[in-house]
Design a protein around this ligand. Structure first.
Ligand code: ATP
Length: 373
């Protein structure tokens, strides 16, 4: 990481202590210009504290924050070219849309003619050209979101910070706004930094996502990398659905190994050249439901039941969910295993049927048990 203006934002070993609480611990990352970056993590992991340091509302206890290659330590919030959209949007209810958007420009001493041009331009860009005279209470939830973004974007920030802005919306509007936000980011070609505890928001909108846990970044990657190649057990469990088994390594080399689960079942994993797991060490194995095939016992094609991993069980229940539905299978050791199936209505599995669960060792993601996930 160097003084590099092609990164809109760089954080270098940034930390924040509140007394004995280490809210953010030596976090480092950089964000290339014009990208959508999300910080995803559970409540209390330090997301808001990190965001507040970037915005200038909190001073870091250590490390450096750079905007367009220049350190902003000691620079007050209003002198950083960073704007922030809060969950409750903070629009001024006594002002109409035009005055809300114009406010920051007026504070910066911009002349009336220029304000008018900029406000109308930004309203065009957010596809709300006709709402300038409306009062805030006359807008829908989605329109308020867009006005809150327009009010920031009219000031042409280097970075727009968004602190769970969809949290207060109902489910349907939230779904629509995810796509909308991504399109707006593309339209303005400005770096958006979005914090959320909702993985579906982060995965849909982001070019890159940082997974934060207990004040630290566990992994930064594209949504696809995080989903298919999680580097820690925490990431594997936090991003996407997984079945999880704890167990002990029985044998292992650089290509993979064998584990005995707590239920006494054998399970194999392949590790494609990664570090060998130590024999006797405790591990967690994660398998995504879509990689487990459920094959009817007895009547099924034997070929279908091939795979390095196999368990036998009884269908407990089926959760219809359109194209990909989920079957919950109760294994002989009593646990419930989830796998994805296509329900067609004909010859579908039924609760109580005997089945085999099979999957390739390539789909078993194995992590040393560090007692953290
Ligand atoms: P949420 O998603 O619930 O908003 P978060 O990931 O944004 O959580 P933070 O609000 O950054 O988490 O809090 C991180 C930790 O720092 C928590 O343990 C919190 O209690 C603590 N913390 C945050 N602000 C302060 C403060 N001003 N004084 C003391 N402790 C604080």
């Amino acid at each position: 990481m160097t003084d590099n203006p092609s990164y809109d934002l760089e954080c270098l070993d940034v930390s924040k202590n509140f007394g004995s609480i280490r809210a953010v611990k030596d976090v480092s990352f950089d964000i290339p210009s014009g990208s959508f970056f999300s910080i995803l993590g559970p409540s209390g992991c330090g997301k808001t504290t990190l965001m507040r340091m970037i915005a200038g509302f909190e001073d870091p206890s250590g490390g450096d924050i750079r905007i367009k290659g220049k350190s902003v330590l000691g620079t007050p919030p209003n002198k950083r070219n960073v704007k922030m959209v809060f969950q409750h949007l903070a629009l001024f209810p006594m002002m109409n849309v035009y005055e809300n958007i114009a406010y920051g420009l007026r504070c910066n001493g911009v002349g009336n003619a220029e304000i008018k041009r900029k406000v109308h331009d930004v309203l065009e860009r957010i596809a709300l050209p006709d709402v300038a005279e409306r009062e805030i209470h006359q807008l829908s939830g989605g329109q308020k979101q867009r006005i809150a973004i327009a009010r920031c974007m009219v000031l042409d920030p280097d970075v727009l910070l968004l602190d769970e802005p969809l949290g207060a919306l109902d489910l349907k509007l939230r779904e629509a706004m995810k796509i909308e936000l991504k399109l707006l980011q593309h339209q303005f070609n400005t770096t958006f930094v979005y914090i959320t505890h909702d993985q579906s928001e982060a995965l849909v909108m982001s070019d890159n996502v940082a997974i934060m846990n207990q004040g630290e970044f566990e992994q930064i990657g594209t949504p696809q990398e995080l989903y298919h190649h999680p580097s820690t057990a925490f990431v594997a469990s936090f991003v996407g659905d997984s079945n999880r088994w704890s167990g002990v390594v029985k044998s292992s080399d650089s290509t993979g190994g064998k584990v005995e689960t707590e239920q006494g079942l054998p399970m194999s994993f392949s590790s494609a050249g990664e570090k060998t797991m130590q024999e006797g060490s405790r591990v967690n194995i994660f398998v995504r439901p879509e990689f487990i095939r459920t094959v009817r016992a007895g009547g099924g094609d034997l070929q279908d039941a091939a795979g390095e991993n196999r368990m036998d069980g009884i269908v407990d229940s089926l959760l219809f969910n359109g194209a990909n539905s989920r079957v919950l299978v109760r294994t002989g050791s009593g646990e419930l295993v989830e796998s994805d199936v296509t329900l067609t209505g004909e010859n579908d599995l039924k609760p109580g049927e005997d089945v085999h669960l099979v999957w390739s060792s390539k789909q078993s993601m194995c992590f040393a048990d560090q007692g953290k996930a």
